[in-house]
Write a protein that binds this ligand. Structure first.
Ligand SMILES: NC(=O)C1=CN([C@@H]2O[C@H](COP(=O)(O)OP(=O)(O)OC[C@H]3O[C@@H](n4cnc5c(N)ncnc54)[C@H](OP(=O)(O)O)[C@@H]3O)[C@@H](O)[C@H]2O)C=CC1
Ligand SMILES: O=C(O)CCC(=O)C(=O)O
Ligand SMILES: [Mg+2]
Length: 474
């Protein structure tokens, strides 16, 4: 079955039922070490996860690690350009849950991202990246403790589908010519626009099905959170990209108000209901004027449309959501992408789950991780309906590779997410407590040490792992 790898002699497979993993006490879990600093981070992570599981379950549970290959290590074993061997794909498919270190992607030319390929091959459509603050972590931000968000990033489409043509390529030039001569002139809203003949071209597909399955997962997650965090914000640049990013917003609201009608309220609905609660006699038109500040300057058709919206909301959900009942529902709102970057800094405590398309989520998860202490503290999970791969938000950080220096925190915390996904909460909690206590003691790697006041002597990557494990006994 495998060409060059052998599964561990003991252990059982994780299976999936209705999208949920069924985990034996001794599961086999494939891992990819990763390129660059993967060589430092992975051993530290494995040590912490093993120690936590042994301690939490008195040796009754144990992960049997199955080493599989991708990136540079794969080429060393399987040969030139064998960056993602079939063995690795077979193992992840067979065992269902895997964890990985970062993999290199060259800029401009060369191979396309192996990280993105894994997400697409296994249809891991939700990239879940929590950004929360551990007490004592130094941060460039004044009140990092106020940020506690989870980026829910669509993980399979958008420009990451990688359908693009190089400037000057034959097909690229043909496509530009067809667009300029036929398709753009045939679309009145595009007027006389033309694409420069020396442009590269990329395609940005955003589908209704892809958007809605992501938002569905985000809403289900929101329902598990404490009441005050039950909110999903749809992040988009729909003012500019109306039929891709704008459609993502519209499909998100559509899904929320159709599939989660009893459990959710949209921000606009909450304004309409709130206006009527404050003034039970308010007319539909006055209510419409209050939710749309530019109402009086609108065309009669647009005004009628907003009045109709108010009427529909009152008629359809007043009995279930009115009189303040909406305050107990999941709030679904939306924010324009550039604005959310400043909002998570200026009003961090107003946000919870940020549902995004692929590119926005990529940017936003690095930015949010920076607020709570940097990329060394940014874990992540790629989740589908029958497979999950856990990995940090950051990349290979090549300048630090092999120095036993880098912060393993984000891959360790990705391991925590994996344990939680497996239902091994006790082991996950042990690590979170250990990591938090180590940081609070000032026992940290260089990235956090350099920001601490007064400065502290940094631990090595491996020493940080040991410091976390030592806390298990406290
Ligand atoms: N999922 C994946 O596997 C990903 C892979 N990549 C790939 O990684 C490669 C390198 O990307 P690059 O743009 O340099 O981004 P990286 O995220 O790898 O690193 C950028 C900088 O972030 C900081 N950083 C990253 N990881 C850590 C950590 N664990 N602890 C502390 N600080 C950290 C370091 O800053 P400083 O030096 O200031 O301390 C580092 O130099 C590229 O090929 C890229 O495509 C990128 C993202 C995700
Ligand atoms: O695949 C890559 O090289 C980069 C991916 C990335 O930045 C991410 O997933 O956050
Ligand atoms: Mg990224």
């Amino acid at each position: 079955m495998y060409e060059k790898i052998t599964p561990p002699p003991t252990g059982e497979k994780i299976t999936f039922q209705n999208g949920e993993p069924i985990v034996p006490d001794n599961p086999i879990v494939p891992f990819i070490r990763g390129d660059g600093t993967g060589i430092d981070i992975w051993p530290a992570t494995e040590k912490v996860l093993d120690a936590a599981v042994a301690r939490a379950y008195n040796e009754k549970r144990k992960i049997s690690w199955f080493k599989v290959y991708a990136g540079d290590e794969a080429c060393d074993l399987y040969g030139t350009y064998q960056y993602l061997p079939q063995d690795t794909l077979t193992a992840i498919k067979e065992y269902g849950i895997a964890i990985k270190g970062p993999l290199t992607t060259p800029v401009g030319g060369g191979i396309r991202s192996l990280n993105v390929a894994l997400r697409q091959i296994f249809d891991l459509y939700a990239c879940v990246r929590p950004c929360r603050y551990y007490a004592g972590t130094p941060s460039p931000h004044k009140s990092p403790d106020k940020l506690d968000v989870i980026v829910y990033r669509e993980n399979t489409e958008d420009i990451y589908l990688g359908i693009e043509w190089k400037q000057g390529s034959e097909i690229g030039e043909r496509l530009i010519s067809i667009l300029n001569k036929d398709l753009i002139p045939a679309t009145p809203e595009h007027g006389k626009k033309q694409i420069p003949l020396d442009a590269g071209i990329g395609i940005k597909p955003i589908s209704r099905s892809g958007s809605q399955r992501l938002v569905r997962r985000a809403l289900k997650h929101a329902l598990q959170l404490p009441k005050e965090k039950q909110q999903v914000t749809l992040v988009h640049k729909g003012n500019i990209m109306k039929y891709t990013e704008g459609a993502f917003r519209d499909w998100g609201y559509e899904l929320a108000t159709q599939e989660f009608r009893a459990e959710c309220v949209t921000e606009r609905e909450s304004w309409i209901l709130g206006n009527k609660e404050k003034n039970p006699q308010i007319s539909l038109e006055e209510n419409a004027r209050m939710i749309d500040p530019g109402f009086d300057n609108l065309t009669p058709e647009k005004k009628a449309q907003i009045v109709k919206e108010v009427e529909t909301v009152i008629n359809s959900i007043w009995s279930t959501h009115g009189d303040g009942q909406w305050k107990d529902k999941v709030m679904v709102n939306d924010r324009i992408a550039d604005s959310i970057f400043q909002q998570i800094q200026t009003r961090p405590d107003e946000y919870s789950i940020l549902a995004t398309m692929n590119l926005n989520g990529d940017y936003l998860s690095d930015a949010a991780a920076a607020i709570v202490g940097g990329l060394g503290m940014g874990p992540g999970a790629n989740i589908g309906d029958s497979c999950a791969i856990f990995e940090a938000t950051h990349g290979t950080a090549p300048k630090h590779a092999g120095l036993d220096k880098i912060n393993p925190g984000s891959v360790i915390l990705s391991g925590v997410m994996m344990l939680e996904y497996m239902g091994w909460q006790e082991a996950a909690d042990l690590i979170k407590r250990g990591l938090g206590a180590s940081i609070a003691d000032g026992k940290v790697t260089y990235d956090l040490a350099r920001l601490m006041e007064p400065p502290v002597e940094p631990l090595k990557c491996s020493e940080f792992a040991d410091a976390i494990i030592q806390q298990f006994n406290c």
